[in-house]
Ligand binder design. Structure first.
Ligand code: 3EB
Length: 325
């Protein structure tokens, strides 16, 4: 297996400085304040940060990156890695279910025609994620459209994923992905039922994602992780206990992957439903994590109404490199 050439870090340099580097694969700005650029590697994620002096997320590889655009899709690729982003307007598709099917169809057609044909990790950001009742809830419709898009390519080994609600551009569905020439290894969490086996009560189409993906090279890409034990949400109305439980789930995944504790090379994103909970969530992070762990709090809605916080992230970039892995 090749070394872990992909690096993910939160960086404070201006976006132009990051994009000048030929080894930059992607740069993510959060919220509304960022400069616009026309570089396909630069993506604005419509989730406002809850901290001041917010860094941007930067993905980089070893070697030169090529990039391009085609309609709703943009991509960048280098050194065996590929970043792809698709942005779809729901109004032009006839609703969130059709929009998610369309986004996945576009994404997967591009992946199938690329040398980096192995999906590792996907992020999904949609508006009003909890609007609609019962099986009409927009997250459930999104799950059905996503599943249909995946089925058109016969994909049954799911990547790691995040699905979060934004309050930005109405009708914007943003899907972005990390792919590689080599397959990763999907991991499940022994404390949780696999999402694709969730029972019918959570919707007609179970969510299509793995709890984590061990990337080629060994770093771990961790899916959105919340206070779910088995398949049930826990600690309804208690945000501190939900944060504790989400972190316990993260630790279970690390243990499953035989990786040591999160450290300075393990950037986490923390999605917060109610901005007024940020302090309690920061306190939970401080209770359980090394203060060197970079964490970015973002305002976003979790896919079940009772869930108040969700965490995703990465583990072990620098450590694997310095170990010569
Ligand atoms: C959960 O554990 C919380 O639909 O892609 C987490 C990560 C969740 C990804 C997705 C949903 C997704 O079920 C929700």
């Amino acid at each position: 297996m090749r070394g872990s050439e992909l690096r993910v870090a939160y960086r404070v340099e201006p976006v132009s400085t990051l994009l000048e580097r030929p080894d930059t694969l992607a740069v993510f700005d959060f919220g509304a304040g960022a400069d616009e650029t026309s570089d396909p590697r630069h993506l604005r994620v419509p989730l406002p940060p809850l901290d001041v002096g917010v860094p941007r997320e930067c993905w980089s590889v070893e070697g030169k990156v090529n990039h391009g655009r085609a309609d709703a899709l943009r991509w960048a690729a280098g050194d065996g890695w590929r970043f792809i982003a698709v942005e779809v307007d729901e109004a032009g598709c006839g609703g969130i279910e059709a929009a998610s099917e369309r986004a996945y169809t576009l994404l997967l057609a591009h992946v199938a025609a690329s040398p980096e044909r192995h999906l590792q990790r996907i992020w999904n950001y949609l508006g009003a994620i909890n609007a609609g009742e019962g099986d009409g809830e927009r997250y459930r419709l999104f799950c059905s459209g996503r599943a249909r898009g995946l089925a058109t390519r016969g994909i049954t080994r799911y990547p790691a994923a995040t699905a979060i609600g934004h309050h930005g551009c109405e009708g914007l569905l943003q899907v972005y992905a990390l792919c590689a020439t080599e397959p990763g290894e999907a991991l499940e969490n022994p404390r949780q039922v696999s999402a694709w086996k969730y029972p019918r009560q959570y919707g007609p189409t179970a969510p299509s994602f793995a709890r984590a993906m061990q990337l080629p090279g060994g770093a771990l890409a961790i899916s959105g992780t919340a206070a779910v034990i088995g398949h049930a949400s826990h600690h309804t109305e208690d945000v501190a206990a939900q944060a504790d439980e989400a972190i316990a789930n993260l630790h279970a995944l690390l243990e499953r992957a035989a990786l040591p504790a999160f450290d300075a090379s393990s950037p986490l994103k923390v999605y917060v439903r109610r901005p007024q909970d940020a302090e309690r969530i920061r306190a939970a992070l401080a209770r359980h994590l090394d203060p060197a762990v970079p964490s970015l709090l973002l305002h976003g809605d979790i896919c079940r109404r009772e869930l108040l916080v969700e965490i995703d992230g990465w583990s072990s970039f620098a450590r694997l490199r310095s170990a010569g892995g």
